[in-house]
Write a protein that binds this ligand. Structure first.
Ligand code: NAP
Length: 249
């Protein structure tokens, strides 16, 4: 119960899915948690289900000034940061012949620019020996039709995380990524697709997964706990697939 006792964790996209499950687990494990999200009503709605030492901060990761404010609020409240979990992301699908500049910009602003700028703001405040985590995806290892820009964004983030691993080595900060496969979260309802299409897509994904099912947010949160904890003290620069084996077959 005390794997993260007195550690300060900042989590983006913490009002939903993987981020929320991780925030709850980190709190259970004794961490002080800053939960950030881009919608105040969504942050307000989760507060009643949380217990422990936490604050919520409204921040749209695609806006540089919001990343500045997020880190300011986090450090005003808790001082230094031990764990930075860059988890916020979107995955709207569009086949290549329908891609628009705004589709590209929206995905890259949120999935790539946001985490990179948040890291830049946070770095001076992260304790030596701290941990930076990214929620990536297996989509940059395997091709899924319609997810070209999303997959490119996650591939870009993976490339960035390798460079960051080296850039922070003198401070003993570990940088790791989690690559979920299909996980049952609200993200599928936010793709702008009709419900039956989402359902068929889900069935298709599940059939391809060796374990034959979607994963749960809690299964990803367990990995986020492991990677942030001292149990992973010699694990650095990697990406762990939490995908029921999908990326390997
Ligand atoms: P989710 O439940 O939709 O959670 C995503 C979170 O990111 C939400 O809190 C969302 O806020 C937030 N977010 C999106 N854009 C943001 C922005 N501009 N600023 C701040 N917050 C923003 O979906 P999830 O599945 O847990 O996704 C978490 C991460 O896992 C994402 O990076 C996603 O790409 C990755 N992933 C998910 C799966 C999967 O199958 N679920 C698979 C591979 C990778 P709103 O509630 O306002 O949208």
């Amino acid at each position: 119960m005390n794997k993260l006792k007195n550690k300060v964790a900042v989590i983006t996209g913490a009002n939903s899915g993987i981020g929320l499950a991780t925030a709850k687990l980190y709190l259970q494990e004794g961490a002080k948690v800053v939960l950030s999200g881009r919608r105040q009503e969504a942050l307000d709605a989760i507060v009643k289900d949380l217990s422990g030492d936490f604050i919520t901060v409204l921040a749209d990761v695609s806006k540089p000034e919001d990343n500045v404010n997020l880190i300011k609020e986090a450090t005003n409240k808790f001082g230094k940061i031990d764990i930075l979990f860059l988890n916020a992301g979107i995955a709207p699908p569009t086949p290549t012949n329908e891609i628009t500049e705004s589709h590209y910009n929206e995905i890259f602003d949120i999935n790539v620019k946001g985490p990179i700028l948040a890291v830049k703001e946070a770095l001076p405040h992260i304790n030596d020996g701290g941990s930076i985590l990214f929620t990536n995806s297996i989509v940059h290892q395997k091709g899924f039709d319609g997810l070209g820009v999303y997959s490119a964004s996650k591939g870009a983030l993976r490339a960035y995380s390798r460079v960051l691993t080296s850039e922070v080595k003198s401070r003993g900060i570990r940088v790791n990524s989690i690559a979920p496969g299909p996980i049952d979260t609200p993200i599928y309802g936010k793709m702008g697709l009709p419900e039956d299409v989402v359902e068929d897509m889900g069935k298709g994904f599940a059939q391809q997964v060796p374990l034959g099912r979607f994963g749960k947010s809690e299964e990803v949160a367990n990995t986020a706990l492991f990677l942030a904890s001292d149990e992973a003290s010699y694990i650095n620069g990697i990406e762990i697939e939490v995908d029921g084996g999908l990326s390997q077959v």
